[in-house]
Design a protein. Structure first.
Lengths: 256, 309
């Protein structure tokens, strides 16, 4: 079931299918379910019962969006138990290289970060109470002051096992000039290489200029092909919600 | 009590106005550039006018000022005065203590330059050592004229070499010969400014003499240093065909010169000068292909690489 949802999401992001938004209805009995397996079974039944159209390339043309409030009610009973069971599995196990296993939450959808943020008070990084969490590790918009090397070292040196969900995502926005100039690009490569050598786990680079993104906001039809990486996936910029667009723009743009 | 000059030599300090990490245009690899205040020249196009004078200076942005008077209340020297709703700043009274900068809530005041010891600077520079190691980068000393403060420069460069860093210096060459020879063993790469090769023009444009600079260049050449000539190319000022030919010829003549870097002019300094209470001439902003054209022209007169900086 996860694999199909994943493929649906990718296809929807690529513009290959036009998703229908359905709301998952839980009746009182479901909400009181304490077993994650029963919830999952109920969800599968629900999804397979949905009316759907078929195209030659896609199995299913439909996308289910989960209302955050429903998730909230279920989370203590399902999400927590799910994570605890994964944590128990990972404990003491190592990967091929002998590093302890870590696991992360790769949802990457703004409603999730908004919901969690809405339920969290102010945090020491300067984030105000109630505002959305940041996509992944790294700088909050405009908060890093010491430049790229300092930022990369900070993220690389974070202990991924110190936080239950791990530090799985790190977005970096660099000015387009760093990738259009050969000499600068070479240095960007060395920068990223050093980041991984220092313990960095993951990095995503955006290199669209801020001017282009702002222009795309004003005139989306002319910028249909501009792709940016948001946490965990690539997306057509003009297809993103305005709040995510603003976030991609606000992410510190390192000029070289 | 130790003698003050003796302790100065043991723990030299300098007025540092910037430390720029992830610098990619100031030598090979990924580098950190340390900018020292003070310069014997005052080039009319200077990108860092806050570097020209050695003591710390206050930059004041009148458009950010709300005339709230907090600076006046904080200033021990009476340099800030609010009169009829207007903020007056008497620089002659300023002792650059920085209290007004801390008091200002609108960010209208900045202090350029603070005193740092060699150890403090080195500690900051060494934070990026993994990047230097992986890219063949290191420390670049710049300013102003970093070699004006010889004891500090020497101690810092020595410390950098001891830590295994590649070192580079951006210099005007307008320094004492003894200083050059003293620091030379600790410098891997010289980035040597050549502003103008006509002595009279050089005097007018930079306030300094050309001949001693060229003599220093030849002395370094005799030592076999690695030198890159740097030309800040200012439209209409030092980019005549004759001038560019002379630059190419210089590179040919001085064996140790490995390349010429052409830097385009940018009116960065104009606003900074204004905020320092000075005025600076604004030259025309060069068109996009300007640096490429200058490189091509200079390259006609030398076999050595001529590249955009």
């Amino acid at each position: 079931m996860n694999d199909r949802i994943h493929r649906l999401i990718s296809a929807a992001q690529a513009g290959d299918i036009y998703p229908k938004l359905l709301k998952v209805e839980y009746d009182e009995f479901d909400q009181n379910l304490s077993s994650p397996q029963r919830i999952a079974k109920r969800l599968t039944e629900y999804m397979e019962a949905q009316p759907c159209a078929f195209s030659d390339d896609n199995e299913l043309v439909g996308l289910i969006r989960f209302d955050g409030s429903v998730e909230a009610a279920l989370f203590p009973r399902t999400g927590h138990r799910f994570y605890r069971s994964v944590a128990r599995f990972a404990e003491g196990r190592t990967d091929f290289f002998g590093n302890p296993l870590t696991f992360g939450n790769l949802t990457g959808y703004h409603p999730h970060f908004a919901w969690h943020g809405a339920n969290t008070k102010a945090t020491p990084d300067g984030r105000v109470a109630g505002s959305a969490f940041l996509f992944g590790g790294g700088q909050a918009g405009g908060k890093d002051r010491s430049g790229l090397t300092s930022l990369l070292l900070s993220v690389a040196h974070m202990d991924p096992t110190g936080v239950m969900c791990g530090n799985s995502i790190f977005n970096l926005s660099v000015d387009e000039r760093i990738v259009t100039d050969d000499a600068s690009f070479e240095k960007l490569v060395l920068l990223v290489e050093t980041y991984f050598k220092e313990g960095g786990l993951h990095i995503q680079l955006n290199h669209v200029s801020v001017e282009e993104l702002r222009a795309a906001q004003k005139n989306p039809d002319a910028y249909k092909s501009v792709r940016v990486r948001v946490s965990g996936f690539s997306a057509y910029f003009v297809g993103l919600k305005e709040s995510i667009q603003d976030d991609v723009i606000a992410r510190t743009d390192h000029l070289v | 009590m130790t003698d003050s000059t003796q302790s100065q030599n043991q723990m030299p300090t300098a007025i540092v106005f910037d430390i720029e990490r992830f610098a990619v245009n100031d030598g090979p690899g990924i580098r950190t550039v340390v900018f020292l205040k003070g310069c014997p020249l005052h080039c009319l196009w200077c990108h860092n006018p806050e570097s020209q004078v050695q003591p710390p200076e206050i930059l004041f942005s009148s458009q950010k000022c709300t005339a709230c008077g907090r600076c006046a209340a904080a200033c021990p020297a009476g340099a800030h005065v609010i009169s009829k709703g207007i903020h007056l700043f008497d620089r002659s009274r300023c002792i650059h203590c920085g209290r007004c900068v801390r008091a200002c809530l609108s960010g209208a005041l900045e202090l350029a330059g603070r005193s740092m010891t060699v150890d403090e600077v080195l500690a900051e520079v060494l934070r990026d050592k993994p990047f230097y190691d992986n890219s063949g980068g290191g420390l670049t000393l710049s300013g102003g004229e970093p070699l004006m403060n010889a004891p500090f420069a020497l101690a810092l460069l020595r410390g950098a070499k001891e830590a295994g860093l590649h070192t580079a210096v951006e210099t005007s060459g307008a320094v004492a010969r003894e200083t050059l020879m003293e620091v030379a063993p600790y410098i891997d790469l010289w980035l040597w400014d050549v502003k103008h090769l006509d002595p009279a023009c050089h005097r007018v444009l930079t306030g300094g003499e050309l001949a001693p600079i060229l003599a220093n260049l030849e002395a370094l050449n005799a030592r076999g240093a690695e030198i890159v000539l740097r030309r800040p190319s200012i439209p209409g000022v030092n980019d005549s065909p004759d001038g560019l030919a002379a630059l190419g010829a210089l590179a040919e003549r001085i064996e140790s010169v490995s390349a010429i870097d052409i830097e385009p002019y940018h009116p960065l300094g104009v606003d900074k000068a204004r905020r320092l209470g000075r005025s600076q001439k604004e030259y025309p902003f060069p068109p996009k292909d300007y640096v490429a054209r200058i490189c091509t022209e200079v390259a006609r007169h030398t076999r050595k690489p001529v590249r955009p900086a």
